[in-house]
Design a protein around this ligand. Structure first.
Ligand SMILES: Cc1nc2c(=O)[nH]c(=O)nc-2n(C[C@H](O)[C@H](O)[C@H](O)CO)c1C
Length: 163
């Protein structure tokens, strides 16, 4: 994707929220990706213990810090309890979006998605970066996502492609 830094006149506050539970620093990958495309925008990062702490942290980034979009990055573990936590966190993130009328892009990588640790690391980095690109397209490149509508795009994994 092209660098939009010079072409963009939009100046936004972008929130990035991640967890210590995650086994990869997805927030740094997302921030690095955003800065490559729209580095002139302010990025505010917060780190919380786990995914269930993300909804209120994101809501605070929006309401108290003035962020106009937030990324919520987390890694649910492989146990049934972890999957339940992830679902609860996801529901909380949707509620926070509706309460604030603001997008929170959920970027979860389930620990059992990777076939091994190397694969999991690659997946986490890739998904964080590709969702960061989605954020850039949504807010800085008018019509960019519409061009990709129905194209079977996947974040982290290879795209599926259109039917
Ligand atoms: C069981 C469990 N599993 C996960 C997980 O898979 N991924 C994660 O990020 N956090 C998990 N947590 C922690 C909670 O999200 C939360 O941090 C604590 O309940 C404290 O509020 C818990 C408690």
């Amino acid at each position: 994707m092209e660098n939009l830094q010079t072409s963009s006149v939009i100046n936004m506050k972008i929130g990035i929220c991640d967890t210590t539970f995650a086994r990869y620093d997805m927030a740094s990958a997302a921030i690095n990706e955003i800065k490559q495309h729209v580095g002139n925008n302010k990025i505010i990062r917060r780190t919380v213990p786990g995914v269930k702490d993300l909804p209120v942290a994101c809501k605070k980034l929006i309401e108290e810090e003035g962020c106009e979009v937030v990324m919520a990055l987390g890694m649910p573990g492989p146990e049934v309890m972890d999957k339940t936590c992830a679902h609860e966190a996801s529901t909380g993130l949707i509620q926070a979006q509706l309460m604030t009328n603001t997008h929170i892009l959920e970027v979860f990588v389930h620990e059992d998605e990777g076939v091994d640790e190397k694969d999991l690391k690659f997946l986490a980095d890739n998904r964080a970066r590709e969702h960061a690109q989605n954020l850039v397209k949504m807010f800085f490149k008018k019509g960019a996502l519409e061009k990709e509508a129905g194209m079977g795009m996947r974040e982290g994994h290879p795209d599926k492609g259109p039917l």
